[in-house]
Design a protein around this ligand. Structure first.
Ligand code: PBG
Length: 346
């Protein structure tokens, strides 16, 4: 008889007790009580972070195709949403501010809209919640890129972009964000933001860096939510020149070490479902807390299958969360966080 596990037969031969225990531990799976007692990996709703979108210039909240239960909120509906979330046991959030179309610009950015929302949220809810805020220019530019482009529109100018990102991070931290989260994938932005924070007595504000963020097809619903899909009429049609290439896992390691050394407190792998190998390697190698972003398209795959009656959405998301924890994640950004407590109890 052959076994798929190397040396399995020799282990069995040497330890006859395994026969009495039942080689596959079936006795330990026979009811929910013993399964509870023998878990190696658990997920708590306290480890989940809910994404919030607040949009300038809309009068009613709007749903987002593919991610039911998450909305493009107005400043007002956002506060109601957070209230409901706190009641449902959600205490950690990541906020995306979306300036209205007339407030977009490609060089001179104004961060007041999102800063005002942060201030209002923190005044109202204070330390009842932990608020991280996404730092990126993609929702602020008319072309949808995460940075400032050169005149020919064929590449992002790194230094000018980093300067704006540092101003953005500082504005959000001054408004009261507990954590700023650069998602742009420019070089050197973590140290620029850290320096801006430290020089302005904001040494306690954390940085969660999207350190291993890949150029992915799974961001579709998010770009609708943030009105940030790259303009197809300019030369640079996608984000492949600044986001990581999924054929190069080494870059995930390099960028994560770099961001850690530049002062990031929390690192991130994004997307995650198709990148669990990278998450495992990074969490084995780098002694930092790791977040994962279970992105909109990944979430939508499960939701779309459920809509067709093929799988149960809640159970599908819960299974995915466990895979992320197993591969080393400390925390999970997920559109299902607001149902986490309920789903994990079921
Ligand atoms: C970029 C950013 C993206 C997401 C969050 N911030 C991706 C992108 O547009 O390239 C994706 C999140 C998701 O898909 O859920 N600023």
């Amino acid at each position: 008889m052959t076994h798929p596990i190397p040396n399995f037969q020799s282990i069995v031969n040497r330890t006859p007790g395994n026969y009495r225990r039942g080689i596959g531990n079936r006795r330990l799976r026979q009811n929910p009580h013993v399964r509870d007692l023998t878990r190696q990996v658990t997920v708590s709703h306290k480890e989940l972070i809910q994404a919030l979108f607040v949009v300038e210039g809309i009068t009613e909240k709007e749903s987002i195709p593919g991610i039911p239960g998450t909305f493009r909120d107005t400043p007002d509906s956002l506060l109601h949403q957070i209230e409901a979330d706190l009641e449902a046991g959600v205490t950690k959030f990541i906020l995306f501010g979306v300036p209205g179309p007339t407030f977009k610009d490609n060089h001179n950015f104004n961060f007041d809209f999102t800063a005002n929302q942060i201030e209002t949220i923190k005044k109202r809810f204070g330390d009842d919640l932990w608020l991280s805020v996404d730092v990126c220019l993609c929702a602020s530019t008319t072309h949808g890129h995460c940075g400032v482009l050169n005149d020919a529109g064929d590449h992002v100018i790194n230094p000018e972009t980093v300067e704006s990102l540092a101003k953005m991070g500082l504005a959000y931290a001054q408004a009261g964000a507990d954590c700023v989260a650069p998602s742009d994938m420019m070089d050197g932005r973590v140290s620029a933001i850290r320096q801006a924070l430290d020089e302005n007595s904001l040494g306690r504000t954390m940085i969660m860096s999207y350190s291993a963020k890949f150029s992915s097809r799974f961001y579709g619903p998010f770009r609708v939510a943030c009105d940030s899909a790259p303009d197809a009429t300019i030369k640079l049609t996608d984000r492949a020149t600044y986001q990581l290439d999924y054929t190069r896992p080494q870059d995930a390691l390099l960028c994560s070490w770099r961001d850690y050394e530049e002062g990031a407190d929390i690192l991130m792998v994004k997307p995650v479902v198709h990148y669990l190998d990278i998450l495992k390697t990074l969490t084995d190698e780098i002694p930092a807390p790791f977040a994962v972003y279970y992105v909109s398209g990944e979430h939508a795959c499960v939701e779309a299958s459920a809509e067709k009656g093929l799988i149960d959405a809640a159970q599908g998301h819960v299974e995915a969360w466990h895979a992320m924890k197993r591969a080393g994640a400390n925390m999970i950004i997920t559109y299902g966080a607001r149902y986490g407590k309920k789903w994990l109890e079921e």
